[in-house]
Write a protein that binds this ligand. Structure first.
Ligand code: AMP
Length: 373
């Protein structure tokens, strides 16, 4: 079984690592010479729109998947019909554009924050009067890790705001005073069978995910599963999908979905019976999906900007290091640490130690490739 992956960041690297024991051969297509995934798998170096290289993938692979949202749609369209492409390019198209995404959530009866379409400066003032303030102005495309967004606290903040995010088209969203952020990682197999991991509870720093905790038995799990199911069935989806949600009281508002493996699901490598990476491969390759059951309690901490000393991390009981082999740079996700424990008190104590070891490294990412959510 041969699986092609568009993109060569840490998500592709972890997919490739999960593929090895299954005897699945992976090939990544990525323009970056020292692509993070290239250390562990075959690397076609070149542009994601290079038709010769895409043709090579189409001929040599059984299925092609992707590890990030900003893969050019034209590349997926080129591949589609020549080779199986999973998840569906329709899911990628919706995930690339905040307006299409929000409109779809609404059509599927999945609640979201109120929003207003912004084409020009005048729409920003209108959005502020209709929705707020406070309002978040976001680029429709290519936003990531809090980039491409600006927080408008008062009506006066509207002037020049659109310029600050690079001009329109954009989306203005009512600011949600949520109690917490959660995400659900779901997987759908080729026969339509659905599995869900326990909710992840997520904490961000400077717009970047810092900590994700597994929450087995969370009371919001059934509602989150229902929303993820609606999305996956809509797309006849195959593979792993992540849905990010804000909790307000007993409701969940959808923020965005990612048609791929997700940073808030990294804890599943050690914290679940089958990891999100293995299950994504199993699904897109047409195999049965493995159990998504949690193994005890797990927390994942992102290492942003630089890695902590390996010896200090490994001295913490239940800690597992994941070094992405990247050159350190402010705001870059260079690795993560997973922590396991059998009880909340132990997990809390271990988490405190790892947060201390990785403190002070969080800073805004310089490029989307640095972030690779
Ligand atoms: P996004 O790029 O849309 O995932 O947003 C990044 C982060 O900004 C989210 O994880 C939230 O912490 C915050 N955020 C985004 N949209 C909203 C909103 N409408 N209300 C409050 N916080 C938000």
């Amino acid at each position: 079984m041969k699986v092609g992956i568009l993109g060569g960041g840490q998500l592709a690297r972890m997919l490739a690592l999960a593929a090895h024991p299954l005897g699945i051969e992976t090939t990544v297509l990525c323009p970056v010479e020292d692509a993070t995934a290239a250390a562990v798998t075959r690397h076609l170096r070149g542009s994601l729109i290079d038709q010769r290289l895409l043709g090579e993938l189409a001929h040599g692979m059984d299925v092609v998947t992707y590890e990030f949202e900003n893969v050019p749609l034209e590349s997926l369209r080129f591949l589609d019909g020549r080779v199986a492409v999973q998840p569906s390019p329709r899911a990628l198209a919706a995930g690339q554009d905040r307006l299409a995404e929000k409109t779809l959530f609404r059509a599927l009866d999945i609640p979201t924050a109120d929003f207003h379409v912004v084409e020009g400066e005048a729409d920003v003032a209108r959005a502020l009067s209709v929705l707020g303030p406070p309002v978040l102005l976001k680029t429709r495309r290519e936003g990531y890790d809090g980039k491409g967004q600006v927080f408008l606290k008062a009506a006066a903040d509207g002037a020049g705001a659109l310029e600050r995010i690079g001009g329109g088209p954009a989306l203005a969203e009512a600011f949600v005073a949520f109690e917490r952020e959660v995400s659900i990682i779901a997987v759908r197999d080729a026969g339509g069978g659905l599995s869900f991991y326990p909710l992840s509870e997520n904490t961000h720093e400077a717009g970047i995910l810092r900590v994700a905790m597994s929450r087995p038995g969370d009371p919001m799990q059934p509602l989150a599963e229902d929303y993820a199911r609606r999305l996956m069935e809509h797309f006849d989806y195959v593979g792993v999908l992540a849905l990010e949600l804000f909790q307000v009281g007993d409701s969940l508002l959808a923020n965005e979905f990612a048609p791929r493996v997700h940073n808030s699901g990294h804890w599943t490598i050690e914290g679940a019976e089958t990891s999100q990476f293995e299950n994504h491969l199993r699904a897109v390759a047409g195999f049965s999906v493995g159990s998504t059951q949690a193994l005890g309690l797990t927390a994942m901490v992102n290492c942003i900007g630089e890695l902590p000393a390996l010896a200090s991390v490994l001295a913490v009981p239940g800690a597992h290091m994941h070094d992405y082999g990247k050159v350190p740079r402010p705001g870059r996700k260079v690795g993560h640490v997973t922590l396991r424990a059998d009880n909340p008190a132990d997990l809390e104590a271990r988490l405190g130690r790892i947060l201390h070891l990785t403190a002070g490294t969080a800073a805004p990412a310089a490029t989307p490739a640095d972030a690779n959510t």
